[in-house]
Ligand binder design. Structure first.
Ligand SMILES: [Zn+2]
Length: 176
């Protein structure tokens, strides 16, 4: 079953908006992005996992949810599995995720602008759904997140509770 090559999960609930560098808490979101770190990443296609620390609860609307209602992601750590098949491959896609200022296009953009990417695993030629499967057992905080085009996964976002070991090896980028 072909998937959309850009891994897009159309966020139909909001018109695109430009994220402000500073969020409601000001200084907590003032740290500059570090796009230079992404230059170490391969420019081939593949899959990746972002570890994201969310400092405060975030209200999300996922259109696939049966109730079409808003849900809240609690403050904490999350893992997002995605894929990059377009120009620039993993390097370009992950550099975008690390930027704080961007057009909000995907569900995960809400997390990367309100929270902070703390680690990245890049897997050349990898598959995002296989990554989700490898992380089975971690809690699914919000069904449908990032998996609008995916029939097999409940969500491409998983919670990462303190103390939970990951079967991913050392991260490709560690940002804390
Ligand atoms: Zn999937």
């Amino acid at each position: 079953m072909p998937k959309r090559s850009d891994g897009a999960d159309a966020h139909t609930d909001d018109a695109p908006t430009v994220a402000r560098r500073r969020g409601r808490t000001g200084a907590a979101h003032a740290a500059p992005a570090r796009p230079a770190r992404a230059s170490r990443l391969p420019d081939c296609g593949g899959a990746y996992v972002l570890a994201i620390a969310l400092p405060a609860a975030l209200r999300m609307t996922i259109s696939r949810r049966a109730d079409r209602g808003a849900a809240v992601l609690s403050a904490g750590r999350y893992l997002y599995c995605g894929s990059a098949r377009g120009p620039g491959g993993l390097r370009a896609r992950i550099a975008r995720h690390l930027r704080r200022r961007k057009i909000l296009r995907w569900h995960v953009d809400r997390l990367t602008t309100r929270g902070r990417v703390i680690a990245v695993w890049a897997i050349p030629d990898g598959d995002e759904c296989a990554l989700v499967a490898s992380l089975a057992g971690l809690p699914v905080p919000l069904p449908g997140f990032g998996s609008s085009d995916c029939r097999g996964c409940a969500s491409h976002l998983l919670a990462w509770p303190d103390g939970a070991d990951l079967p991913l090896g050392p991260p490709t980028l560690r940002l804390v």
